[in-house]
Design a protein around this ligand. Sequence first.
Ligand code: NIG
Ligand code: FE
Length: 408
Amino acid sequence: MADLLIKNIGKLVTPLGSAAVSGEEQGRAHVMEGAAIAVTGGKISYVGEQAGAPDAAEVVDAGGRLATPGLVDPHTHMVFGGFRQNELEMKLAGVQYLDILRGGGGILSTVRATRAEGEEELYAKAADFADRMMRHGTTTVEAKSGYGLDLDTEMKQLRVISRLSREHDIDVVATFMGAHACPEEYKDRRDAYIDYVAEEVLPKVVELGLAEYADVFAETAVFDIAQSRRILSAAKKLGLGIKIHADEINRIGGAELAAELGAASAEHLLQASDAGLDAMAESGTIAVCLPTTSFNLDKNFARAKLMVEKGIPVAIATDFNPGSSPGYNMQFAMTLGCLKLRLMPAEVLCAATLNAAAAIGRAASKGSLEAGKDADIVIWDAPDLNFIFYRYGNNQVYSVIKSGKVIV
Ligand code: NIG
Ligand code: FE
């Protein structure tokens, strides 16, 4: 007897497997009509015809609706003080993102707010975001530090992330991003700041087991390729996985660096060169596309179709943060995945589930509806995938099941 049975699923759509998929495979979703899913001990114990499903202590009637894996958001900066709505009018007046940062605003204004915020308050705010994410279908999320830029505040952010993963229903994967910007105390001393992060902050983070990945903002006027290589190599040597905010605004060779270092993922990639993408295909680095950021900053969109053609596994994330992407709704990111990245619905679903899970090292346990995987499931107020992606602007979740527990 199972713990939970989800019966009367009109259509079940899921990618299959325990690793990132690429090329034509990315668009090959498994579709099943009239299905049921059983859950035992928080894991999926049965996926198949309703007639063969086991009895269960609790039953959820999907009422003929669509079921997919829980969404995985593999790139967020969800622990931060304050908000930055003050930048809206600057942006509308034409001030560029990097110019706001150069003027001491942008990321640096969130750094001031995050340093000033107490740990409890930061936790309460992040937990509230996590509640809302789950109600929108996200069951696993990656969260980066990088609004501290000093040992104490980076630790504070990482402790909040770690507490969230212990105490909240959502699953959280932590990434250390001490190299997110150069703090004001190190103005014009970027190399010295990189030394500080590599020699003093990073070893502490690793010693306390507070992060699985390290990330860097490789960008003109932020960290150049040599500085990015230095910090990521140090992280790799200490056993962390590697991610890189690469070629977002300017083409500086971020995609090439990601491939060179064997990064798990490279993010943004709006300006990535053909050679950089070829190198990523070769190294198996996942491209994490962030279409809501392009939308919010009024920039071009990553060349996702070309990435798929080249055999790069493509994932989609929200990049949720108070500046370049102030929303945590994966449904909106998925709609833009279709309308702006020009991916097909099945490719987008894979990008937001299995490939997203792979980008944060969770493809063995998440990202598809298969026996043995975690029972993270979304039932949608929709008959099929197209319906969710074309009807943007409202929350289309009917029910969310996390590790077998009915959340919504
Ligand atoms: O991924 N590009 C750098 N970092 C974030 C933005 C952070 C912020 O603006 O606060 C991003 O877009
Ligand atoms: Fe980001």
